[in-house]
Design a protein around this ligand. Structure first.
Ligand SMILES: CC(C)(COP(=O)(O)OP(=O)(O)OC[C@H]1O[C@@H](n2cnc3c(N)ncnc32)[C@H](O)[C@@H]1OP(=O)(O)O)[C@@H](O)C(=O)NCCC(=O)NCCS
Length: 176
């Protein structure tokens, strides 16, 4: 093989693959092709349809009015919702509530929902969403960040632990 061809191949390989080792979650392999990139941004009302179908994947159909709850949540300064986009398509979201806690004398925060659409799972999107939410949590100097998931959701628990969540508590729940 001519030397110039080998050099071109080596440079091409380096440009495409080496960045993965430095910032793996901003680059993705989808269907065998390298594609950029995961964009994380704040959600707005225009994202409702995607949030609705992601919520459907998480919980099935809603028990009330999802759109009304999304609108009310977005109006609240203690609420933050982030979406992940790949090629301008929303593929996941995470949201967080913060609240003043009397006994700590400080604001605590709770990740309420996290979901990535099924075909995009296992590619780093969930990690990027949580990392970005943790960045907001630290920037706003909230005291604790809580997250809950079902005990049997081993992959979500592994993900949260990998990103620094440690203390385990028992959450009891009652439905009206
Ligand atoms: C939980 C959930 C949000 C995770 O999202 P995700 O995008 O699949 O998460 P990631 O891809 O960042 O991480 C998942 C795994 O893929 C691996 N991974 C991350 N980037 C990767 C890549 N580029 N290539 C291969 N694997 C990768 C991670 O290491 C992780 O492995 P782990 O199971 O050992 O921790 C997603 O599975 C989901 O929506 N589940 C249903 C809803 C749910 O359970 N929500 C959480 C409780 S409310």
């Amino acid at each position: 093989m001519p030397r110039i061809l080998i050099i071109i191949l080596v440079i091409g390989f380096a440009l495409k693959v080496v960045p993965l080792f430095f910032n793996k979650h901003d680059f993705l392999f989808i269907e065998g092709q390298l594609k950029m990139d995961i964009k994380i941004r704040k959600a707005d009302l225009g994202d409702f349809n995607q949030i609705d179908s992601l919520s459907e994947e998480l919980l099935g159909s809603s028990v009330g009015d999802r759109e009304e709850m999304f609108r009310k949540a977005l109006e609240n300064k203690d609420y933050l919702c982030l979406v992940a986009e790949i090629n301008e398509e929303v593929v996941g979201f995470i949201d967080m509530w913060s609240f003043p806690d009397v006994s700590h004398g400080a604001y605590l925060a709770q990740i309420q929902n996290l979901v990535v659409t099924e075909k995009m799972r296992g590619k780093g999107v969930g990690t990027r969403l949580i990392e970005e939410m943790i960045r907001f949590f630290r920037k706003r100097k909230y005291h604790e960040l809580h997250v809950s998931t079902e005990k049997k959701n081993r992959s979500a628990i592994r993900l949260y632990k990998r990103l620094g969540f440690r203390k385990e508590q028992l959450l009891l729940e009652m439905e009206s």
